[in-house]
Design a protein. Structure first.
Length: 196
């Protein structure tokens, strides 16, 4: 049985929980791309982004993450799940910062971040886009979430408020401050004619 392309998300989810693999496939195809792009811009690593998106869908499939269609759209719910999973990973990484082991001479060898061509660099091969990505990665997480969801995913203030679990005024404030901080970081990379 094939699922019609215009089937609403809540119906696809109901069918998925009833055991229909085609319904889950339709849900996955509909939402995986935007979720992956958000996760990639949010955490900067394609492997981590893929893992987070997979965990979000597995949680949806197993009902670990309880979606209520009366409380909003599935896409917004999934953005919120991905956001929380990334925040959880970031917190775990902050707690598990390991000190480097000394070499034979007793010297510490520090692994400095390299600017080598990773998956995201290959994806964003445009130099300006790379500067934007780097500047975005330096924003505090609460600003980064709002800027990515608004600018790259065209979510409304109300939708972002639901995803981030804050009020609309906070979304407006974070978007304004996030844009200002991003503009400040990008000012050094902008051509003179574009900088006001």
């Amino acid at each position: 049985m094939t699922t019609p392309p215009d089937t609403p998300d809540h119906e696809l989810l109901r069918q998925t929980h009833a055991g229909r693999a085609d319904a889950f496939t339709a849900l996955y195809r509909r939402h995986q791309g935007p979720l992956f792009r958000y996760a990639l811009m949010r955490c900067g690593a394609s492997d981590t982004a893929a893992d987070v998106v997979q965990e979000a869908f597995m949680g949806l499939l197993t009902r670990r993450f309880g979606f209520d269609p009366l409380r909003g759209q599935l896409q917004h719910f999934l953005f919120g799940v991905v956001r929380k999973l990334i925040l959880k990973l970031e917190e775990a990484r902050r707690r598990q910062v390991a000190l480097p082991e000394p070499d034979e001479d007793g010297e510490l060898e520090l692994d400095l971040p390299c600017d080598g061509a990773g998956p995201l660099t290959r994806l964003l091969d445009n130099e300006t886009a790379e500067h934007v990505r780097r500047a975005l990665a330096l924003l505090p997480a609460h600003y980064r979430d709002v800027v990515i969801l608004y600018e790259l995913h065209d979510l409304s203030y109300l939708e972002i408020a639901a995803v981030c679990q804050v009020d609309i005024g906070t979304v407006r404030s974070r978007l304004s401050r996030g844009r200002a901080a991003l503009a400040k970081r990008l000012k050094a990379h902008a051509p003179d004619c574009l900088v006001n």
